[in-house]
Write a protein that binds this ligand. Structure first.
Ligand SMILES: Nc1ncnc2c1ncn2[C@@H]1O[C@H](COP(=O)(O)OP(=O)(O)OP(=O)(O)O)[C@@H](O)[C@H]1O
Length: 620
């Protein structure tokens, strides 16, 4: 596999680079710390031979012999001093290394998290049609955090490799023949860990996937907690969560079990070989070189050798188990993050394209056809109409006829399969998304409010931040036009009232009015109201309509409505049927034609007997 295909390497190249100084200094301190770390074993060996056994002279590398005191007690003091200095130096350097490593790591993870969030908001609507937002959330949060784990793993791996190399070199200096015997271990472990890594990879991927599933399940269930309670389905939801959690538990346990199994294999092989080396070395000290070995070996040198062998075997085992595990874990997360960052559903950038300039507000649909992905039939079929500047255009039709889809195409939430949508003669496909959406005001069927105050929610539409402590004129004006000012003013905290998550502390009608105010704040050139007044009472609706009419001529407005009275006074009404425009005209013109619109009207004014047989048949 080439490195460019490895998502972990790819992400590290991009996100670790800006933190290179921190990571580099951290690694340097880490490597330097390995020098004093090896000193104690050496000094103890020298002291053992020189002070306790009086076998050789007390001598330390880099320390002139003249500095070595003569008496045994003084030499013991020197040993203790060297040990203390080495301890301070090693721990100080390790502390510094940890400081730089963590500093770089939190910055790197932050950059990746914000980019992943950017990518998530950049994805086209169709991505969210097929994915659960909880799973995307898990990539943005859990996987980026998990990816950060690779830094710790690289550090420990470097530390371990350094320990292994240094320990091996020192052992070889003491007794190269015995060191060669120990070298069997890394070779064996390297081969075994390749097998282990291959077995581990699918397990880590399964764990990351189930973390996403669990997150999605929890989000769905907690978001719908009111429905859960209304239907007393707590038990059912608990079981669904437990079911997903069980899958996570199973995958997690399988990964841990594999790791523990491999841990055992390396631990046993290390231990057995460690004992063999001790026996060989012991025999050598006592009875001279065994078998094909040659040379002399002292008890103190054996002691140092055995101490080094610990610093050799332990890191080899950790490299094989912990480092491989951490690598596979981070790799599984990298795949998910990279998948999100380079998803084909990502937009090419919302600033690309010409700037849309709306001078009059004429909207033309020219033979537009569109089908949702995977759908057999088109939801919008050969739709052509023109909304003249400043017109109020009513869009009516039965449920599922395709009314909302029409306006979603205008916003480019989806791209038409054929045909053209033009605003003042400019094809919306050619203009930048940002400039398009900046000029459009949108109130959806189920408008989303955010946790915060009413003022903050209305000001959400503003590019420049309003000082929401003191509701600005613009906010109050928009709220008044939307018929919201009156109820807001009656609230004890007025515009500073917190609306709760998704606006739950407001009634449906209040939420809609705040959402309309938010859309009006921007003074959009085109306004789309998708069932925006469905939850308000007739009186308030009339009030909102009057406000909108008073602005008529300033902006072209589309109003999708089930309640025909909402669009009765519209300049133009489009009757949508099965994705096509079945009729177009004013209320009076459509009534005169006495077809589908006339039947819908009769139903709504309660003149059921006058409804045509055909309408009753179709409605069945
Ligand atoms: N994201 C989607 N993915 C796939 N199909 C969709 C999606 N959104 C809507 N549809 C389908 O497209 C059709 C038209 O939906 P649309 O929301 O445009 O209807 P509508 O006329 O606005 O209905 P209503 O009056 O009930 O809001 C429906 O059959 C619906 O199932």
């Amino acid at each position: 596999m080439s490195t460019s295909e490895n998502p972990l390497v790819k992400l590290l190249r991009e996100y670790a680079r800006p933190e290179a100084a921190n990571f580099g200094l951290g690694l340097l301190a880490l490597l330097l710390a390995r020098i004093p770390q090896r000193a104690p074993a050496f000094v103890i060996g020298v002291a053992f031979d020189a002070v306790l056994l009086s076998d050789r002279a007390y001598s330390l590398p880099l320390v002139p012999d003249a500095w070595i005191p003569a008496g045994q007690v003084a030499q013991l003091w020197l040993t203790a001093g060297v040990l203390a200095a080495a301890f301070v130096a090693q721990n100080g350097l390790d502390w510094l290394s940890s400081w730089f490593q963590n500093r770089g790591n939190v910055a790197m993870t932050h950059d990746l998290r914000t980019d992943a969030y950017d990518a998530a908001t950049d994805l086209r609507m169709r991505y969210y049609d097929d994915s659960q937002s909880g799973d995307v959330m898990s990539i943005v949060h859990n996987d980026t955090e998990n990816f950060g784990g690779i830094v710790g793993a690289v550090y420990s791996a470097t530390n371990r490799v350094a320990q292994v190399v240094v320990a091996f070199a020192l052992m070889a200096l003491l007794n190269w023949q015995l060191a060669l015997v120990l070298a069997v271990i890394p070779v064996f472990v390297a081969v075994a860990s390749r097998v282990y890594a291959r077995m581990l990879q699918p397990r880590h991927e399964a764990v990351r996937e189930t973390v996403g599933e669990l997150n999605a399940r929890l989000e769905d269930s907690l978001n719908g907690v009111r429905t859960v309670k209304a239907f007393t389905r707590e038990e059912f939801e608990r079981e669904r969560v437990a079911e997903t959690s069980k899958r996570y538990r199973k995958n997690n346990w399988e990964t841990i079990r594999l790791r523990l199994g491999f841990d055992l294999v390396t631990w046993m092989s290390n231990n057995v070989l460690g004992k063999v080396v001790f026996l060989l070395g012991g025999y050598w000290v006592v009875a001279g070189p065994p078998a094909f070995f040659s040379g002399t070996f002292t008890a103190g040198a054996l002691l140092t050798f055995m101490l080094y062998s610990r610093g050799f075997l332990e890191p080899v085992k950790d490299l094989a188990v912990d480092t491989v595990d951490a690598y596979e874990d981070a790799l599984a997360s990298s795949k998910r993050i990279d998948g999100l960052l380079s998803d084909p559903a990502r937009r090419v950038g919302s600033d690309e394209g010409d700037e849309l300039t709306v001078t009059e507000g004429r909207v033309e649909f020219d033979d537009v056809t569109f089908a949702y992905e995977g759908a057999d039939e088109s939801t919008v079929e050969n739709v052509s109409f023109t909304a003249e500047p400043g017109e109020l255009v009513g869009v009516v039709g039965s449920t599922g006829a395709g009314k909302s889809t029409l306006v979603k195409l205008l916003f480019r939430f989806y791209e038409p399969d054929s045909g053209t949508i033009r605003i003042d003669g400019q094809d919306v496909q050619d203009v930048s998304l940002r400039s398009l959406r900046r000029q459009l005001g949108y109130v959806s069927q189920d408008p989303q409010l955010f946790d915060g105050t009413i003022a903050e929610n209305i000001a959400y539409a503003a590019e420049d931040r309003f000082d929401t402590d003191e509701p600005a004129d613009g906010i109050v004006r928009a709220a008044t036009l939307a018929g919201a000012h009156e109820f807001v003013a009656r609230l004890p905290e007025g515009y500073d009232t917190a609306v709760g998550e998704r606006g739950v502390k407001l009634s449906g009608g209040q939420r809609q009015r705040v959402a309309i105010a938010r859309a009006l704040l921007r003074e959009p050139k085109l306004l789309v109201l998708d069932e925006a007044t469905s939850h308000v009472d007739n009186e308030t609706e009339v009030q909102i309509q009057r406000s909108l009419e008073s602005m008529a001529g300033e902006r072209t407005t589309f109003a999708i409505a089930h309640r025909l009275s909402t669009v009765r006074d519209a300049d133009r009404i489009l009757v949508v049927d099965d994705g096509a425009i079945a009729a177009e005209g004013t209320h009076e013109e459509l009534l005169e034609r006495d077809d589908r619109y006339a039947d819908l009207w009769k139903v709504q004014v309660g003149d059921i007997d006058a409804v045509s047989e055909e309408f009753v048949e179709v409605s069945r």
